[in-house]
Ligand binder design. Structure first.
Ligand code: NAD
Length: 475
């Protein structure tokens, strides 16, 4: 394969950097590219370019911004196979799953284009208060200026789109720092954005280390908002450093599913297995904990394990691969340590619990202690626990006994139980008759507790990336 040398992308140009780092495939450790890693001085150049870029995009009309986003969506569609190949190359995501990510990204930019045309305020009936007579008042939503976007490795194309799409729709400029392991997708989007007609300086991409590039970006006074997707520890660190900037934090979770005794077990197994093991469990709403009613527990476990054993692990570029390498070998070590800890606390390993190179076999644990890390921390690996419960109330208590709160799912045919659960579950989104791993890109999405702050989903992200202004006109 031809080796790539990728530069920084600043002010509409490829920018030759001082430092380049080798990028290795997580699957076979082969070197796949050389990538510029920005210094503080180069990060400064990106911020200065974004500051100028913010003035340009703020002057553009809604239909001009929408057209650029429509073009970007069309260009990703045109280059869909190349986009999928890049995702698999840098992250070892199985190619079939990478194609799904690309299709979603096409939709994400399309939704952003549509939302760009309907950013509006409302009229305020000022005379509802004594002293408010004789005034016409309304709100408008204005762009913020420079937005900093920091993204994780697990959806290197679509999670970048969840930041660029709304930022451009809202009329902001961006400095984007992609994850160390997955800069190639972000840099490819930068190339496409130029073809889509985005003016120079509006998008700047600076791959590099979190503690150098990321920390400089989030503390800079020219930056008006920080939108971060990544792990809770880094999210907390960023939150402590942003000062009075707006901040959106999309963090991790240990998402759970409740299966009641009235659920049609046979009909939900495929879905539950997909939710647990898609992208090797490296999904923020990966299904990590399943609480199954005792009446159907054994049937559920048997069918689940049978299906999990059928998953194919291997080369991400093979069409039928379901599970490939974790992002680093250390993550395999960590997952195995956590599995062992659960075993010591009394858990049974029904399948998996073994590695092959940088891959971990899909692992199913039952009878897991709630204090075990595989239960109460975010595993971010192909590991799922299935525990028995005797009532829905007990299951809800277990789900809520978590420092995270992103999404939860519940399967039941009883409407009253489903609605009661929806009310009681402490999460950002409840999926009735589906897994917590369900997301379409325009829905409001985000967590409570240590799963984050603010919401994504184009319309909602635009609210986070604009400032409301009131205009009152005394007649
Ligand atoms: P990570 O937190 O290690 O890294 C995310 C980004 O933060 C990277 O670009 C990294 O370079 C940067 N970073 C690291 N240290 C920094 C610092 N001190 N200052 C500024 N930036 C810094 O996360 P990851 O391993 O890439 O991704 C996995 C995590 O992301 C999981 O916890 C997962 O749940 C979460 N995630 C959440 C969502 C969501 O929408 N809620 C979606 C995907 C992933």
């Amino acid at each position: 394969m031809k080796q790539l040398k990728k530069h920084l992308y600043i002010n509409g140009k490829q920018y030759e950097a001082e430092n380049y780092e080798p990028l290795f495939s997580p699957y076979n450790n082969e070197k796949v590219a050389e990538v510029a890693f920005a210094t503080e001085a180069e990060t400064e150049l990106a911020l200065a370019a974004a500051e100028e870029g913010s003035k340009i995009i703020a002057q553009m009309t809604a239909h001009e911004r929408a057209t650029i986003l429509e073009n970007l969506s069309a260009l990703i569609k045109e280059n869909e196979e190349e986009c999928a190949r890049i995702i698999s190359l840098e992250s070892s995501k199985p190619i079939a799953a990478a194609r799904v990510e690309v299709a979603r990204t096409v939709m994400t930019y399309k939704f952003a284009a549509e939302e760009a045309r309907r950013i509006h305020g409302e009229t305020i009936p000022m005379d509802a208060a004594p002293g408010g007579e004789g005034r016409l008042a309304f709100t408008v939503r204005e762009p913020l200026g420079v937005v900093v976007a920091i993204t994780p490795f697990n959806f290197p194309l679509n999670l970048v789109a969840h930041k660029l799409g709304p930022a451009i729709a809202a009329g902001n400029s961006i400095v984007l720092k992609p994850a160390e392991q997955t800069p190639l997708s972000a840099l490819f989007v930068a190339e496409l954005s130029e073809k889509a007609g985005l003016p120079a300086g509006v998008l700047n991409v600076v791959p590099g280390y979190g503690h150098i590039v990321g920390e400089k970006l989030v503390q800079d006074n020219r930056v008006k908002a920080v939108t971060f997707t990544g792990s809770p520890p880094v999210g907390k660190k960023i939150h402590s450093k942003v000062g009075l900037k707006k901040v959106t934090l999309e963090l991790g979770s240990n998402s759970a599913l409740i299966v009641n005794h009235d659920a049609d077990v046979a009909a939900i197994i495929d879905r539950a297995v997909t939710g647990s093991f898609a992208n090797s469990g490296q999904v923020c709403i990966s299904l990590q904990r399943i609480y199954v009613h005792e009446q159907v527990h054994d049937a559920f476990v048997d069918a689940f394990v049978k299906k999990a054993k059928q998953l194919k692990i291997g080369d991400p570029f093979k069409e039928d691969t379901d599970i490939s390498a974790l992002i680093t070998p250390k993550d395999v070590d960590r997952a195995l340590e956590w599995i062992n800890e659960a075993k010591e606390l009394g858990a049974n390993v029904l399948t998996g619990g073994e590695r092959e190179g940088n891959m971990l076999y899909p692992t199913v644990l039952t009878n897991v202690d709630h204090k075990a890390k595989v239960s109460c921390q975010e595993v971010f690996a192909p590991v799922v626990i299935i525990n028995k419960v005797s009532s829905m109330d007990e299951a809800i208590e277990f789900v809520n006994d978590s420092k995270y709160g992103l999404q939860a799912g519940i399967y039941t045919n009883q409407l009253d139980l489903a609605l009661k659960a929806a009310e009681k579950l402490k999460v950002g989104g409840v999926m009735i008759n589906d897994i917590p791993t369900y997301r379409v890109d325009h829905m409001p999405y985000g967590g409570i507790k240590e799963s984050g702050l603010g919401r994504e989903g184009l319309k909602y992200a635009i609210e986070e990336m604009t400032e409301m202004k009131l205009i009152s006109f005394k007649k």
